[in-house]
Design a protein around this ligand. Sequence first.
Ligand SMILES: *[C@@H]1O[C@H](CO)[C@@H](O)[C@H](O)[C@H]1NC(C)=O
Ligand SMILES: *[C@@H]1O[C@H](CO)[C@@H](O)[C@H](O)[C@H]1NC(C)=O
Ligand SMILES: *[C@@H]1O[C@H](CO)[C@@H](O)[C@H](O)[C@H]1NC(C)=O
Ligand SMILES: *[C@@H]1O[C@H](CO)[C@@H](O)[C@H](O)[C@H]1NC(C)=O
Ligand SMILES: *[C@@H]1O[C@H](CO)[C@@H](O)[C@H](O)[C@H]1NC(C)=O
Ligand SMILES: *[C@@H]1O[C@H](CO)[C@@H](O)[C@H](O)[C@H]1NC(C)=O
Ligand SMILES: *[C@@H]1O[C@H](CO)[C@@H](O)[C@H](O)[C@H]1NC(C)=O
Ligand SMILES: *[C@@H]1O[C@H](CO)[C@@H](O)[C@H](O)[C@H]1NC(C)=O
Length: 475
Amino acid sequence: MEASSKFHVASAIIVALGFFFLTAAECRKPVSGTIEYSAINCRKHSALLTDFGAVGDGKTSNTKAFKAAVGHLSQLASDGGAQLIVPPGRWLTGSFNLTSHFTLFLHKDAVILGTQDESEWPHLPVLPSYGRGRDAPGGRFSSLVFGTNLTDVVITGNNGTIDGQGASWWAKFKQGHLTLTRPYMIEIMYSNQIQISNLTLVNSPSWFVHPIYSSNITIQGLTILAPVDSPNTDGIDPDSCSQTRIEDCYIVSGDDCIAVKSGWDEYGIKVGIPTEHLVIRRLTCISPDSATIALGSEMSGGIRDVRAEDITAIDTQSSVRIKTAVGRGAYVKDIYVRRMTLKTMKYVFWMTGSYGSHPDPSFDPKALPEITNINYKQVVAENVTYSARLDGVPNDPFKGICISNVTITLTEKPKKLQWNCTNVEGITSNVTPKACDLLPEKKEVVDCAFPEDRLAIEDVELVTCSASTPFFRGY
Ligand SMILES: *[C@@H]1O[C@H](CO)[C@@H](O)[C@H](O)[C@H]1NC(C)=O
Ligand SMILES: *[C@@H]1O[C@H](CO)[C@@H](O)[C@H](O)[C@H]1NC(C)=O
Ligand SMILES: *[C@@H]1O[C@H](CO)[C@@H](O)[C@H](O)[C@H]1NC(C)=O
Ligand SMILES: *[C@@H]1O[C@H](CO)[C@@H](O)[C@H](O)[C@H]1NC(C)=O
Ligand SMILES: *[C@@H]1O[C@H](CO)[C@@H](O)[C@H](O)[C@H]1NC(C)=O
Ligand SMILES: *[C@@H]1O[C@H](CO)[C@@H](O)[C@H](O)[C@H]1NC(C)=O
Ligand SMILES: *[C@@H]1O[C@H](CO)[C@@H](O)[C@H](O)[C@H]1NC(C)=O
Ligand SMILES: *[C@@H]1O[C@H](CO)[C@@H](O)[C@H](O)[C@H]1NC(C)=O
């Protein structure tokens, strides 16, 4: 209830702002033309989407305008790069591509709307580390905002909005009418130096933000909103990526708020690109049927060195969950979590070694995942139904689990067996309620590990960029 009412209030505000600024635009009243924002790099050249014939009435398709704008600005990549400013208005579009040394900037009252016209979504082949689409075996629709083989790309705004208008896609998915996998909202592939920040993203057709086979990624200040019953609306999915920093995000969604991935069974094992050196901090998540942060289930390229801290979850199914299965192979190791504040949770700790969900029957039953060195500390959880459900893989236990300084208070009707553990090994210290026998309480106080070093991505500094432009030029 809490989640959906918050969501409706947010939508109402967005709609109200949209009408107000449409009216302003129709009267051709210019608003202040200076924008300022923080980014990994500033650009020498600027253009407005309206310079390329775009119309912000919420009805006219601007797919061609985005294509013309990015095509034109890509020629400036080697001359200091360019920023494309999306002014106030409602800009309907199909999928469009980004270019290198490029910034897409959304004014606070700009709304990019994903079109419902399937012909405006090009088809792409399946991802090599997945081997098939998630919704249908064939190809997939390109994401609303797509980039591949790029360097130095910024997608930002003063909290402008991208609305995927996902409801029609969710209906097609539920009715089994899809022949291709649904588009994501933002996908960046084979790229380096990416920033996605200060935006509100609503109603993605499927996952919201999907960087894959990429490195050096800064994600900050995203508000991500989808109905809590919408299918597969994961918030942020770093997938076979290294050096990623995700901070100050607020996510309400129908699936995992963050899902860390690296490919699926034999396809992911073959591609073999891990997700590593990832930091997630100051995340707030609401997701009644999913995890705050999921590691997997597609983890066949490996997941290692993940640091999560200052995490808040409310009315969420679990906190930092491991999902894997026989056939996935690879590993999830060196996971560090500290300072979680959790309220109304089904599970605090949840690990699943029998997640199933295979791309096809050709997975290798001998490809066992190695799960080791998993650390949680400083957790306060209230109104919890199960403290922990920890199921490793038979003959392949999850090892090196360390849980310290955890206080869990239970709901009025808690489960009798609070810690249900099978095929796991590790220790606990200063944990209430008392853990299972497979995670014995240490006599001397133990403080589970958290790295003291910093990742290279944490030292990437942002600079202040600006652009001066009359927003309604060419209207
Ligand atoms: C995002 O907005 C906040 C508050 O307006 C600001 O402090 C921060 O620098 C911005 N970050 C980026 C990356 O633009
Ligand atoms: C990461 O990005 C920063 C600036 O955005 C750059 O200085 C640094 O060289 C990049 N690192 C790599 C490994 O590309
Ligand atoms: C974007 O790039 C991909 C890959 O190069 C291509 O297949 C697709 O058609 C492009 N999309 C648009 C809208 O031009
Ligand atoms: C993009 O990079 C990948 C990986 O390096 C490469 O296999 C692919 O051919 C590149 N695609 C394009 C369009 O350059
Ligand atoms: C951005 O907009 C969303 C939705 O309206 C709002 O909930 C959030 O507080 C805003 N963020 C900032 C930094 O203003
Ligand atoms: C235990 O966790 C609580 C809550 O996060 C924190 O305030 C306290 O400092 C922690 N104690 C130790 C010894 O780490
Ligand atoms: C506690 O959790 C239950 C579900 O187990 C929920 O119905 C109830 O509203 C929660 N109470 C509070 C005070 O949040
Ligand atoms: C404990 O977990 C096992 C394995 O997932 C499950 O089969 C069993 O039903 C659980 N027991 C209880 C009492 O919840």
